[in-house]
Design a protein around this ligand. Structure first.
Ligand SMILES: [Zn+2]
Ligand SMILES: [Zn+2]
Length: 112
């Protein structure tokens, strides 16, 4: 069975393009059943339109917040939940250290 170049029409721009024997062999090799729907140009365009690879999980986010304890503007590396108090790093750490002694969170709000 001999393959021949096929003329296909691009679904995007309507231009006829050639589905070459080489490409047909490639498709067959990859067991692709669907013929290409777009001309080379539109295919290239489509690729460039694809959104960039998803943001890596390691990417830092910095959300500007106002510390609910000392009122200082700071950023946190997460998106705070609505209605939840957000503390700056210092307050967070002092809160943690006081919590260790079982002191109530609002107690001992001395000089910052
Ligand atoms: Zn096209
Ligand atoms: Zn604070």
């Amino acid at each position: 069975m001999e393959l021949q170049d096929k003329r296909l029409q691009c679904v995007d721009c309507g231009t006829e393009f050639i589905f070459t024997v080489g490409e047909q062999l490639f498709f067959r090799d990859k067991r692709l059943v669907n013929e290409p729907k777009r001309c080379r140009e539109c295919k290239a365009k489509q690729v460039s339109l694809l959104p960039p690879a998803s943001v890596p999980a390691s990417k830092r986010i910095d959300t500007p917040v106002v510390c609910s304890r000392c009122g200082r503007e700071t950023t946190v590396p997460f998106i705070p939940k609505q209605g939840r108090p957000v503390l700056c790093r210092e307050c967070f750490q002092s809160k943690r250290s006081t919590a260790r002694f079982g002191v109530k969170r609002d107690a001992g709000l001395g000089a910052h």
